[in-house]
Design a protein around this ligand. Structure first.
Ligand SMILES: *Cc1c(COP(=O)(O)O)cnc(C)c1O
Length: 428
């Protein structure tokens, strides 16, 4: 149901409705909800802010593509000179397709297949962040087959508690990521046998949505101590990749992200005297707050104990609340004064987990009202599925009061593309 635009002068609610100079209420009259909207300006600001904080260092940003892998977002990164941190062939393909040069691409992940390694070698990527001895030997064999010298960093598991949600903590000894410093030490001791892998980098990534500089400091100190030890033993280290993990504000007034200057200061301090290149893999930090999910109220359902606000967006469009119990600020874009009330905010998907918020205080809402869910630019569209046969939502890029559709809402035909009835049976 289209909302009539108010002609009253801008008030606080009005300000909420403007994103990168675009009136989201007007946009939602033209585009069916739900859809994702991203502010190009907000993304560029984050990139600039981080780059300024790193001024004077030989530092390269490699955006963690998994945070938001939509081509238009990757184009934006490419234009800003930002590289990519990829975790699959699909992300390699997207990044190259969007114009991110191979020499700015690093490849992370515990499960790189032989095919993926071979493709990345052929593309000539900057560096492999190697996570196991088996992967290192596979890389050596494949690089040797292709007569290519691969560049590799060992991903260190520094056994540091990132003090974040357990499902996005990656730097504890019990996590699947990286190897211990003791194991990495053995790799370097035997690196002379690697004829086609130049093992001259260190990598660390301890987790995501980190809101204190201390875990970064601790991890960097451990990596730096190891780098000094390696150099003392004659191993030249050309690059140290400090990973991603910078947290963002999902809950206004409650989440206090680390300032880029403080983060950069921790890097400068820990890596003082390092002459090589520093790589960073920010994902969420660059895009999360640059995205909102626009959705409309389908109906209010009175339950026994609470009232349910049923939206036309669901867990298939934004999985974080279901997966991580994540908080997202929910801002109705409605006119006039309304009583306040409490809702469980849910989607239409047939899962109890399809809940965006419990017992959330909001203005009283009515069917058709427009609602904005904030902080959805990272791990929103990139985690989306078509569960319940709900087509992938449209995505719109906003820039200086203009908007461009960068992903059309999936048509049903697109949703079933590649499916077919079982006709051509084959013996296995
Ligand atoms: C996911 C990931 C990142 C990005 O994490 P953010 O919290 O989004 O910054 C960086 N590096 C690696 C190896 C990752 O797996």
């Amino acid at each position: 149901m289209p909302q009539i635009l108010s002609s009253s002068p801008p008030d606080a609610q009005d300000a909420d409705a403007f994103f990168d100079g675009v009136d989201l209420r007007r946009l939602a009259e033209r585009l069916p909800t739900p859809f994702h909207a991203y502010s190009a300006h907000a993304i560029r600001q984050r990139i600039d802010g981080l780059q300024q904080a790193l001024h004077g260092l030989d530092a390269t940003l490699c955006y963690a593509v998994k945070a938001n892998s939509t081509l238009a977002i990757l184009h934006l990164m490419a234009e800003a000179g930002v590289g990519a941190d990829i975790v699959s062939s699909g992300e390699l393909w997207r990044s190259l397709h969007a114009g991110i040069p191979a020499e700015r691409i690093v490849f992370s992940g515990v499960g790189k297949t032989e095919q993926e390694i071979a493709e990345a070698l052929a593309a000539g990527i900057l560096r492999f962040n190697v996570e196991s001895a088996d992967e290192l030997h596979t890389l050596q064999r494949l690089a040797s087959d292709l007569h290519i010298a691969a560049r590799a960093a060992v991903r260190i598991n520094p056994d540091v508690d990132a003090q974040t949600h357990a499902k996005i903590s990656t730097g504890k000894a019990e996590n699947k990521f990286g190897v211990s410093i003791a194991e990495a030490r053995r790799w370097f001791a035997e690196a002379g046998r690697l004829t086609h892998v130049r093992l001259d980098g260190l990598h660390v990534h301890i987790g995501s949505q980190i809101l204190s500089v201390e875990p970064f400091r601790l991890a960097l100190q451990r990596v730096a101590a190891f780098w000094r030890e390696l150099e003392a033993n004659g191993h030249a280290i050309a690059s140290i990749d400090v990973g991603g993990g910078l947290g963002v504000c999902y809950r206004a007034g409650q989440d206090h992200p680390v300032a880029p200057a403080d983060y950069a200061a921790a890097i400068r301090e820990a890596l003082a005297g390092f002459r090589g290149r520093i790589l960073l893999e920010p994902g969420r930090y660059l895009v999360a707050e640059a995205g909102v999910l626009l959705t409309r109220v389908i109906r209010i359902k009175q339950g026994e104990r609470q009232n349910f606000l049923v939206l036309d967006a669901a867990m298939n469009d934004l999985l974080r609340p279901s997966l991580y119990d994540a908080w997202h600020d929910i801002v109705p874009l409605v006119d006039g004064q309304r009583e306040r009330t409490r809702y469980d905010v849910v989607g239409p998907v047939c899962e109890t987990g399809d809940t965006f918020a419990r017992d959330r205080e909001l203005p009283e809402l009515r069917p058709g009202d427009l609602v904005m869910i904030r902080g959805t630019g990272a791990y929103g569209a990139s985690m989306a599925s078509t569960y319940n046969s709900r087509p992938l939502a449209a995505e719109v890029l906003l820039d200086q009061r203009r908007h461009a559709i960068v992903r059309h809402r999936q048509r049903f035909e697109d949703m079933v593309a590649g499916e077919q009835p079982a006709r051509d049976w084959d013996m296995a």
